[in-house]
Ligand binder design. Structure first.
Ligand SMILES: NC(=O)c1ccc[n+]([C@@H]2O[C@H](COP(=O)([O-])OP(=O)(O)OC[C@H]3O[C@@H](n4cnc5c(N)ncnc54)[C@H](OP(=O)(O)O)[C@@H]3O)[C@@H](O)[C@H]2O)c1
Length: 342
C-alpha cells in the first residue's frame, strides 16, 4: 500500500468506526496516515491506536483535503452528504451505511464475495458495502448456491443492541440495570423497551410495504450481489432486536434446487474460507454470539434437513456485526481500492 495516502475514518467514535481502527492497526497502517473524524460532539476525544492516541476532529469539507481514502461509518443521512464531499476532494470512498446500497451506479461490494468489482471500471469513486446481516447471508448462500443451487432463503435475524450503534448499547445497559433495580425507563433508541424484551422492528418501516428497511435491504442486496452472477435466490425474513450487545444470530431455512444430505451441505460450507462450521450437537457445539467477538469468519451450525421436505436445509449462524459485518468490509474494500489507484 502507498504509505503516503491519508486515510480518513469518519464516524471513528462509533461501534463500527472503533472496529475500523482496530482493523487498520491489524493491517499495520501507521497512526501518522490516519485522520479520525466524527461529529462536533466528539471533537478532541482521544482514541487509542496501539501505542498511540488519535484526537478526533470535527468533520468538515476541509477535513478531506489531501485524503486518498475515506471510510464512512456514519448514519445514512450523514453518508449521503459526506460521500460526495469526500469524492469531490479526490478520495476513494467506502460507505458502511444504506445510503448508496440501492444506487445502481455505486458498486455494492462484499470483499469476500465479489472483490473483482473493485478493479473494474465504475462511475465515480464511491463504493458501498452490504449490511451486517446481508454480508453473513451472502457468505452462507454462496457455497450452497455453487454446490446445489438455491431457490429461496427465509431468515429470522436476532440482532444485538449494537446494531443501533453506541446509543443502542447504552440504552440496553441502562434499561437492564434499571429494571433489575425495579426502575422502568422510556425507550429512546428502540421503538419499545429492549431490556428483557424482543422487538420485531429494526429501523423504520418502508413507506409502501409492511417490511422494514432492514428487511427490504436483505432482498435488495442479495439481488444486487447474486444478480450480477446470474441466478438470484429470493431472500426474505424478519429482523428482531434482541437484548444482547454484540453479534447477530441468524435462523435460516434454505430451499436448495437439488436436495442434499446434511453431510454434503456441511462439506460445501466447510470449504468456504468465509465460514467456520461449529456443528457438534452431541458436544453442545454450535454458533453463539459469545463466541464470535473479533472472529472474521461467519459461524454456521445446527445443520438439519427434514425428511418430508428434503430440499430445505435448516441452520443457525452468527456474525460479528461490528467487525466482519461492518468494519472488515470497509477496510478490506478500501485497501484494495488503494492498490487499484497505485
Ligand atoms: N452497528 C452495526 O452493527 C453496523 C454494521 C454494519 C454497518 N453499520 C452501519 O455503519 C454506520 C455506523 O453505524 P454504528 O453502529 O457505528 O453507529 P454509531 O455507533 O451510532 O456511530 C456513528 C458515528 O457517526 C458519527 N456521526 C454522526 N453524525 C455525524 C456527522 N454529522 N458528521 C460526522 N460524523 C457523524 C458519530 O460521531 P459522534 O460520536 O460524534 O456522534 C459516530 O462516530 C451506520 O450507517 C450503520 O447502518 C452498522
Amino acid at each position: 500500500m502507498n504509505e503516503n495516502v491519508r486515510i480518513a475514518v469518519v464516524g471513528a467514535t462509533g461501534v463500527v468506526g472503533r472496529e475500523v481502527l482496530s482493523a487498520l492497526l491489524d493491517q499495520g497502517v501507521p497512526s501518522e496516515q490516519l485522520t479520525v473524524l466524527a461529529s462536533e460532539r466528539s471533537e478532541a476525544v482521544e482514541l487509542e491506536y496501539g501505542e498511540d492516541t488519535l484526537a478526533v476532529e470535527k468533520t468538515t469539507p476541509e477535513a478531506f483535503r489531501g485524503v486518498g481514502l475515506a471510510l464512512l461509518a456514519t448514519p445514512s443521512d450523514v453518508s449521503r452528504t459526506l460521500g460526495p464531499v469526500a469524492q469531490a476532494a479526490g478520495a476513494w470512498v467506502v460507505d458502511a451505511s444504506s445510503a448508496f446500497r440501492a444506487d445502481g451506479t455505486v458498486p455494492l461490494v462484499l470483499p469476500t464475495f465479489n472483490p473483482e468489482m473493485l478493479g473494474a471500471p465504475f462511475k465515480g469513486r464511491i463504493v458501498s458495502v452490504p449490511s451486517a446481516v446481508s454480508s453473513a447471508l451472502v457468505s452462507i448462500i454462496a457455497p450452497l448456491q455453487k454446490a446445489f443451487g438455491v431457490v429461496r432463503v427465509q431468515v429470522t435475524a436476532l440482532m444485538g443492541a449494537s446494531s443501533a450503534g453506541v446509543a443502542g448499547v447504552t440504552e440496553l445497559e441502562k434499561q437492564t440495570a434499571g429494571l433489575l433495580s425495579g426502575r422502568e425507563s422510556e425507550p429512546h433508541v428502540f421503538p419499545h423497551r429492549i431490556g428483557f424484551n424482543l422487538v420485531p422492528q429494526v429501523g423504520p418501516f418502508m413507506a409502501s410495504s409492511p417490511w422494514t428497511e432492514e428487511e427490504a435491504g436483505w432482498t435488495l442486496e442479495a439481488a444486487r450481489l447474486f444478480g450480477a452472477r446470474g441466478e438470484t435466490p429470493v431472500v426474505a425474513g424478519t429482523a428482531v432486536h434482541v437484548p444482547t450487545f454484540y453479534g447477530h444470530g441468524l435462523s435460516l431455512h434454505v430451499q436448495l434446487k437439488t436436495a442434499a444430505p446434511v453431510e454434503q451441505a456441511r462439506a460445501a460450507l466447510k470449504a468456504s474460507p468465509a465460514l467456520k462450521v461449529l456443528d457438534g450437537p452431541a458436544e453442545k457445539v454450535y454458533p453463539m454470539p459469545m463466541l464470535i467477538a473479533g472472529d472474521a469468519s461467519v459461524h454456521v451450525g445446527r445443520l438439519r434437513t427434514f425428511p418430508q421436505a428434503p430440499e430445505w436445509l435448516t441452520l443457525f449462524a452468527v456474525v460479528d456485526n461490528a467487525g466482519r459485518g461492518g468494519a472488515l468490509n470497509l477496510v478490506e474494500a478500501g485497501l484494495r481500492l488503494l492498490q487499484r489507484a497505485a
